[in-house]
Design a protein around this ligand. Structure first.
Ligand code: DCC
Length: 199
């Protein structure tokens, strides 16, 4: 997908977009339900068949990347992107962002702690949206995470992001994730603005 293809992303009318967001919300709920339950074999097999039927029903509406709504609905907190935890922004400018998010059972690693790979995912989302605010398309060149304490699931966490420096195409970003007064993770990253035609 080229940067011009990014620009060509088509959005849905409000009814379709809102309905799709409901679909993604239900998918998030399903991911948590599956993760947090232990159904007997016959129930698991029956539900698996139902899910295959649901996927089959969606197949006829397949679209290419430029037309998909998943990940493209920037007006919704979750961007209609089921892979990424929903970010509720409370303050956003081109240089700074603050907000909250809650990780759920789907994001569990072990023993109440979020999976370690989810934390960079969260920072990439926070930073990527920040770096791209009022700037051309960019991509993560590096992302460094310091895990200070375990990141709990099921609790509202505060996030911050800040553009520390812009040097030509390079955008240096830092941020944190906190559980109340405890900073559970910190990160810094470099985003590089894409040249015309870069994928
Ligand atoms: C619908 C909308 C949704 C929008 C909402 C989206 C939110 C989510 C955002 C997610 C964003 C992603 O995850 S993107 C996916 C993950 N990232 C990627 O796949 C990127 C893969 N890498 C690349 O494509 C490339 O390496 C680039 C684009 C990062 C850089 O390549 P390039 O364009 O050729 O630039 P290059 O000349 O190499 O580097 C430019 C400058 O950056 C420096 N530089 C480059 N890489 C590094 C590095 N790792 N560490 C240090 N410095 C680096 C170079 O030294 C140079 O400095 P100097 O000599 O100029 O001083």
């Amino acid at each position: 997908m080229t940067s011009s293809a990014w620009a060509a992303q088509t959005l849905a009318d409000q009814e379709t977009g809102t309905a799709f967001e409901h679909l993604i919300g239900s998918l998030r709920g399903l991911q948590d339900s599956v993760t947090s339950t232990r159904p007997p074999a016959e129930v698991a097999l029956a539900i698996a068949a139902e899910l295959r039927a649901v996927a089959h029903r969606l197949d006829e509406f397949g679209v290419g990347e430029a037309d998909q709504l998943a990940g493209a609905q920037m007006d919704y907190p979750g961007r209609s992107q089921a892979c990424v935890p929903v970010l509720d922004h409370t303050a956003q400018s081109a240089d700074e962002v603050r907000g909250t998010l809650q990780l759920s059972r789907f994001h569990l690693g072990r023993n109440g702690a979020a999976h370690g790979g989810v934390i960079p995912l969260v920072f990439d989302e926070i930073f990527g949206r920040l770096a791209g605010t009022d700037r051309p398309r960019c991509r993560t060149a590096f992302l460094h995470v310091d895990y200070r304490e375990i990141t709990p699931i099921g609790r509202r966490l505060d996030f911050t992001g800040r553009v520390e420096r812009v040097d030509g195409r390079k955008i240096f970003v830092t941020g944190s994730l906190a559980d109340g007064d405890a900073v559970v993770a910190e990160a810094d990253a470099l985003f590089v603005v894409l040249r015309e035609g870069q994928p």
